[in-house]
Design a protein around this ligand. Sequence first.
Ligand SMILES: [Zn+2]
Length: 256
Amino acid sequence: MNLQMDGRSAEQYTSNAQKIRLITETWVNNNMFCPYCGNQYVSCFENNRPVADFFCPFCREEYELKSKGGFISNKVNDGAYNTMIERITSINNPNFFFLHYNKSNLQIENLVMVPKYFFSPEIIEKRKPLADTARRAGWIGCNILLNRVPNEGRIFIVQNKKEIPIKQIIEKVHRTEFLRSSKLDARGWTLDVLNCINMIEGKDFTLEQMYRFEEMLTIKHPDNHYVKDKIRQQLQMLRNNGIIEFTGRGHYRKNQ
Ligand SMILES: [Zn+2]
């Protein structure tokens, strides 16, 4: 993987947005492998397909690329709010690559893949409608709130200008693949509980500590009156899928 992007291909463009789109897409096209199956490359969709930018010709996973110059940030601008929510609820949103590069020398600093099943309406923030004076007055865009994605779903490919070994990346992707088969609502619970676990410092934690999140989870899921049961059910599920271990009598350990 060459972490230096090449700006020459975009010289014919005058718009900066177009330039950077071409530069980053060319880079992904030439350097990126498929984080699911390890295929050596992902291919560009021809034309501007609305759903995704890249796909893996081997396993058919689809990827959308979002890139940004400067620091990694927790909020990433995306397209229309309603479209995004529809895609998430009908589970046809693609996986995402979030690429952060250095504006002055076009070096890749961070590249994070977020699997599609880590997307829930919860991580999508509605932006203010565009002003009446704007060309698309009333249009509502959205932000993706990356900090609400549990660590397990933020898969670094490049971190602080260093490549992460492919084997490690693929392993991390497959650890949470069980989420793929759960429905949006069930997945929402799993992601919430996973976020709570991550909020507890250290490797070991107790059921008691998890119950402290009851109030917070009740606010998020006001229709559910058995939040403690739900927490235990999710812990069981995460144990069955190897994300955590039971160490006995209401004690748990995170599997790193
Ligand atoms: Zn693949």
